[in-house]
Design a protein around this ligand. Structure first.
Ligand SMILES: [Zn+2]
Length: 110
């Protein structure tokens, strides 16, 4: 688990918004124009929001599925509170809880 500093989250969110703003005019050239541009802006905002909320990144997990015993290998990504982990073998959805993260501090805790 990696703790992500505020500067990392701000930079990542800004890059995603800038990417959406850069792509939107190009996509606006394609008929029907406005939906593509609005879609690019919306995707940029959604990706920026996800980055802004990434207080911690799940890097690796060692554990077994409580149903079938297969090794759990969640993809690397934003650690949620609690974090759903799906077993690839039986598709059981387990929940990962990290002590002290159930009520994270900061503005993105909601
Ligand atoms: Zn399983």
């Amino acid at each position: 688990m990696l703790e992500r500093p505020r500067a990392w989250r701000v930079r990542g969110a800004a890059l995603r918004i800038a990417g959406g703003l850069a792509v939107a005019p190009l996509l606006a050239l394609v008929p029907p124009h406005a939906p593509w541009a609005l879609g690019a802006l919306g995707v940029g905002v959604l990706l920026a929001r996800r980055r802004w909320q990434e207080d911690y990144t799940l890097v690796d997990l060692e554990g077994a599925c409580p149903v079938c015993g297969a090794a759990l290998r969640p993809p690397r990504g934003r650690l949620q509170h609690p974090h759903p982990v799906t077993c690839e073998a039986c598709h059981h959805q387990a929940t990962l809880r990290v002590d002290g993260l159930d009520s994270p501090p900061g503005p993105s805790s909601g």
